[in-house]
Ligand binder design. Structure first.
Ligand SMILES: [Zn+2]
Length: 288
């Protein structure tokens, strides 16, 4: 099945009170692990690509070529969207040209008027080409690929203003943070989330920084309209831990343990296990 945009899968998720996971990719192992898990669990999935990861993988055309090749050769039949994560205005245009099926335009650091103008223009382009588009209001805390957010709570009225521009999905800061959560984290602001949902109605809401948010908070967020949850750091931590264990056990020194296909296998499996756990928690299993 070729790439699809994220609109239909998220509309269904919002109506069915579950969330679709966005898992960020970094290379072939990451992409293959996520796609195979989605297929095994019969779950829709969104592959996220940050601008930094896109650059790391040689550029957006390489990413599109790799993902399209895998969809065909792994015989993936579940809905898969290829989505630019935290895109700049220029990055969004480059991904649209390269063949992504979905983009995020993160205009949260612009004054609201400029965020509105740029979002409007990209909404029109995406509409014409059949892509989905995510916008962000209120910066999300922590650091992701050099983009540092203060972790503020979005203004629900501004969320409504951006939602009305015709975006497919809306990310709003509700006290969530990219990366690991600090010990003294105050938790998600469900009052903010509830106020945003009241104003934006059917609009699927996006929760960034899904790593380490306790399961009960995830479930509550889904019940309040979150239909897409971004997971990035958690797969990185799982991959690193499994690879460390392999090396520390000296397995790379035994026989052909240095073969990259053996060396990277535990990390690959760890990503699969993490994705499975998240899809079960988000409720997207058998929702393809
Ligand atoms: Zn994010």
């Amino acid at each position: 099945m070729p790439l699809v945009n994220a609109k239909e899968m998220l509309t269904k998720a919002k109506a069915g009170h579950y969330a679709v996971g966005q898992f960020n990719i970094n290379n072939l192992e990451w992409t293959k692990a996520i796609l195979l898990t989605a297929q095994e669990l019969n779950s829709p999935v969104i592959l996220g690509v940050s601008e930094g990861a896109g650059k790391y993988m040689c550029g957006y055309k390489t990413v599109v070529g790799m993902v399209n090749g895998m969809l065909e050769e792994l015989k993936i039949t579940v809905p898969v969207a290829l989505h630019l994560d935290h895109g700049s205005y220029e990055g969004a245009k480059a991904c649209i040209a390269a063949g992504f099926s979905s983009i995020m335009f993160d205009g949260s650091h612009y004054p609201i008027e400029e965020n509105v103008e740029k979002t409007k223009e990209l909404v029109a382009t995406c509409e014409e080409l059949g892509l989905s588009i995510e916008a962000e209001v209120g910066s999300i805390g922590g650091e992701e690929d050099g983009v540092i957010g203060a972790g503020e709570c979005a203004d629900p009225a501004e969320c409504k203003m951006i939602a009305d521009l015709g975006v497919t999905m809306l990310a709003a800061g509700i006290g969530n943070i990219h990366g690991k959560y600090p010990e003294n984290w105050a938790g998600l602001s469900f009052e903010t989330l509830d106020a945003i949902q009241q104003l934006t109605g059917e609009m699927p809401l996006v929760l960034h920084g899904g790593t380490g948010i306790p399961a009960d908070m995830i479930k509550k967020a889904i019940s309040l309209g979150v239909s897409k949850i971004n997971v990035n750091t958690e797969c990185q931590l799982a991959f690193a831990a499994a690879t460390r264990e392999y090396i520390e056990a000296g397995k790379d020194l035994q026989g052909k343990g240095f073969d990259p296909r053996k060396l990277l296998a535990p990390g690959f499996q760890a990503i699969k296990d993490t994705v499975k756990e998240k899809m079960e928690l988000f409720g997207s299993v058998d929702k393809a």
